[in-house]
Each structure stands twice: as structure tokens, then as C-alpha cells.
Design a protein around this ligand. Structure first.
Ligand code: HEM
Length: 412
């Protein structure tokens, strides 16, 4: 049995389970059964990582939010005890403010919050609707009723086009940054492969920023370049920030589109509700429920404890690592009734799919809007959409930092 903490009194056991854990083979939408077991046993458990280190895993919703809201835990990957995801993650610099603590985190984040405000994002909705409709037109105009790979034909282009437009990156260069991102988030990439991918995409963005230093435009990269000109950012910091926004802006939403579609196709009653409605509230509710039920950032929010803290009666020492696995936080029966049931009519807005605390997702209004347009359009426009292969044959991204689907053959 694993070392777990069941409330204030904790049991210490002889073996520590490894993390990450495998999902059950026929349940690609559910968290690994081993994680659910740990959650049942208590709010905290020790796990063993690839490098032999043994951070704490925080399994329950309330404790996850408590830790993520605590200023005594750090997102800085250089802090002693920080639980790294893979050997290749080390040594490639920081992905900007997502790996920093306040006040520097807040200073940098503030520089790029404006375009992600709800009002600004809502102004993009008609353009996103046009993109979604255009891609569906193209799919329908293609030869025959599929099969088509929904990832390439639909799910990747939508967020990529949107984040390119926001940043001001030419979409024609999408193959370069999509391929490199794929390498950067692949858990099996070697340090050399990940380093080369990071350098190529960072070099490209550094060039885009340099151009805007002399020839500013009306886009986010020009705003970032303006901070360099004002001496508020180094060129390197500006590049890391652009890299964070580009990667977070397309890889995440794309995976939610395909994973959400696959999950709905496996839950025809829920798909029918969504297909037959023109109520934007139900569509918005479906987006929240799918974000709760599925979880693409499946390797958890990682932090290092910088001062002793007490969680559920257990003291976690400065220098120890903690991992908040939000995918099981979102399946906590204390918070969500029948958590393993997909129910697009439930109020799932309290989910922690976008994290919690100061690092809570900056792009969430954009992601929500994109997903609302997608889920509110795709199944209405292609009501006979179906998987063009058995679910067992779908290649899920067990090998990536961001969970999702490599290829999703669909037909109609
Ligand atoms: C469904 C889509 C998305 C999901 C599930 C998601 C999830 C998350 C999560 C869980 C975090 C917290 C990380 C942590 O605490 O360590 C985060 C942070 C972040 N996300 Fe997203 N994200 C999504 C889409 C986006 C989009 C479209 C953007 C746009 C650029 C974006 C930009 C960011 C940024 C910049 C941060 C860092 C915030 C900070 O450290 O202050 N995300 N995201």
C-alpha cells in the first residue's frame, strides 16, 4: 500500500507508487485508477518520480486549492525539491512567468493580461465562428464523408489561427511551431531533441520581436517588444513570454477539442443534448463539464514548498515537492456528485481544470470562448459525425505533458 495521509493521523506504508500512473486501457477519459485509489485513501500521498525523488501528491479538491493558493509554495523550477516532469525538462531555461513567483510573476503577467480580458475575447467571437465554419465547410467539401483526421483538419488550426492572430505571428509558419511544440511536450523526447525544438521556436519568436522593435504593429508581440524598448524586459525574457503564450495558446485548446469530441461521441445522450440545443447557456455548461471531466494538463500542478506548511494535519517541510493532480480534484466526490458521470447539464464551474491561485490560466476566457464556438457548432453542422475507427484504436497522448489525441479519424 502507498504511504498515505488519511486526515490528521497518517499511515506510513512500505511502498511508494510511481507517478505518473497508467490509465485503464479501456477508459481513456478517466484518471488512472491508481490515482483514484490514492484519493480514496486520503488527501495526501507520497509518490515516486522518474528521478527517484518522492514528492507529495495532493489528491483532493479542497487541499489542492489550499496549496495552490499558498504563497509558501513556489512554481520556480530551480527551488530545492521542485518535482520535474522529465530529465529533459531541466536545463532549457524557464517558460516565463508560469515558472516564477510573485512579485516578478505578477509584474510579467500584467504585461500581457489585457488581450485576454473577457470583453476583448468576446470581440473575437465572430472571427472564431468564421474560422470554425470555414473549416467545417472545407471538411464537408472534401472527397466523401470522411474519414478525416479531426486533429489536422479542425482542432489544431482553430487555436493556432487565433493565437497567431493575437500575437501577430504569420499563420503560414504554423507547421514549424506545431511540430516543435509537439516535440517539446513529448515525454519521451531526449534533452537534445527538446532543446533543439525549443531553440528553433524561440529563435523564430526572437526574430519576430526584433522586427517589431523597429517596425511595431498592432499586435501582442509588438506590445511585448515595446516593453523591451522601455527597458522593462530583456529580449530573452520577451522571447520566453511569447513562447509561453504561443505554446499554451494552441496545444491546450486543440487537445480539448479532440478529446471533448471523442468523449461526446462515446456519450451519445450528452452529444444529442448539445447537438439539439441553441441555448448558449447549455453550450457554456457543456464546456465547463468537459473541462472538469477530461483533463489535458494531466501531470499535475507542480510546486516546491519554501517554508513548512501543514496540509490535512501533515507538515510538509521546506524543500519538499508537491503535485496537485487536478484531474482527480475534478473527480472529488466531496465536491461533484457522481463525479465519474459526464453530465453537461450540471454546474461544473468550480472545476480546477485551469488551475487555481496566482497561476490560474491566463488564457481561460479565450479557451472557453473557442470551445463554446466549437462545441456549439461542430455537432449541429455535422449531426452524423462519428468515429471512423474503434475507440480502442484511437492514439491517445499517454506520452505527452499535455494529454489529448494524436489523430482522430472521423466520418459522417
Ligand atoms: C482548454 C485550454 C486550456 C487549459 C485546460 C489550460 C490550463 C492551464 C492550467 C492548468 C494552468 C495553470 C498552470 C499552473 O498552475 O502551474 C494554465 C496557465 C496558463 N495558461 Fe492555460 N490552459 C488552456 C488554454 C490556454 C490558452 C488558450 C492560453 C493563451 C495564451 C493559455 C495561457 C496560459 C498562461 C500564460 C498560463 C500561465 C499563467 C501564470 O502562470 O500566471 N492557456 N493553463
Amino acid at each position: 500500500m502507498a504511504e498515505t495521509v488519511a486526515g490528521p493521523a497518517h499511515e506510513v506504508a512500505d511502498t511508494v507508487p510511481e507517478f505518473p500512473m497508467p490509465r485503464a486501457s479501456r477508459c481513456p477519459f478517466d484518471p488512472p485508477p491508481g490515482l483514484k485509489e490514492l484519493q480514496e485513501q486520503g488527501p495526501l500521498a507520497k509518490v515516486r518520480l522518474w528521478d527517484g525523488s518522492e514528492p507529495w501528491l495532493v489528491t483532493r479538491y479542497a487541499e489542492q486549492r489550499a496549496v495552490l493558493g499558498d504563497p509558501r509554495v513556489s512554481a520556480d523550477t530551480d527551488q530545492p525539491g521542485y518535482p520535474t516532469k522529465a530529465s529533459a525538462e531541466a536545463g532549457e531555461g524557464k517558460l516565463s512567468f508560469i515558472m516564477m513567483d510573485d512579485p516578478e510573476h505578477a509584474r510579467l503577467r500584467r504585461m500581457v493580461t489585457a488581450p485576454f480580458a473577457i470583453r476583448k475575447v468576446e470581440a473575437l467571437r465572430p472571427a472564431v465562428q468564421r474560422i470554425v465554419d470555414g473549416l467545417i465547410d472545407d471538411m464537408l467539401a472534401g472527397p466523401g464523408p470522411g474519414p478525416v483526421d479531426l486533429v489536422e483538419a479542425f482542432a489544431l488550426p482553430i487555436p493556432s489561427l487565433v493565437i497567431c492572430e493575437l500575437l501577430g505571428v504569420p499563420y503560414d509558419d504554423h507547421a514549424m511551431f506545431q511540430d516543435n511544440t509537439r516535440t517539446m511536450v513529448r515525454t519521451t523526447a531526449t534533452p537534445e531533441e527538446r532543446g533543439a525544438a525549443t531553440r528553433e521556436i524561440a529563435g523564430y519568436l526572437a526574430g519576430q520581436i526584433a522586427r517589431r522593435l523597429t517596425d511595431p504593429k498592432d499586435d501582442l508581440l509588438s506590445g511585448i517588444a515595446g516593453r523591451v524598448a522601455a527597458g522593462e524586459l530583456t529580449h530573452g525574457q520577451a522571447t520566453e513570454m511569447a513562447l509561453l503564450l504561443l505554446i499554451a495558446g494552441h496545444e491546450t485548446t486543440a487537445n480539448m477539442i479532440t478529446l471533448g469530441t471523442a468523449a461526446l461521441l462515446e456519450h451519445p445522450d450528452q452529444l444529442a443534448l448539445l447537438r439539439d440545443t441553441d441555448d448558449p447557456k447549455l453550450v457554456a455548461s457543456a464546456v465547463e463539464e468537459l473541462l472538469r471531466y477530461l483533463h489535458i494538463t494531466h501531470l499535475g500542478r507542480r510546486r516546491a514548498v519554501t517554508e513548512d506548511i501543514e496540509i490535512a494535519g501533515q507538515v510538509i517541510r521546506a524543500g519538499e515537492g508537491v503535485i496537485m493532480v487536478n484531474e482527480i480534484g475534478n473527480r472529488d466526490p466531496e465536491v461533484f456528485e457522481e463525479p465519474d458521470r459526464l453530465d453537461i447539464t450540471r454546474d461544473a464551474r468550480r472545476h480546477v481544470a485551469f488551475g487555481f491561485g496566482v497561476h490560474q490560466c491566463l488564457g481561460q476566457p479565450l479557451a472557453r470562448m473557442e470551445l463554446q464556438v466549437v462545441y456549439g457548432t461542430l455537432y449541429r453542422r455535422i449531426p452524423t459525425l462519428r468515429l471512423a475507427c474503434a475507440l480502442d484504436d484511437v492514439k491517445f497522448k499517454h506520452d505527452a505533458f499535455i494529454y489529448g489525441i494524436h489523430e482522430l479519424p472521423v466520418a459522417w
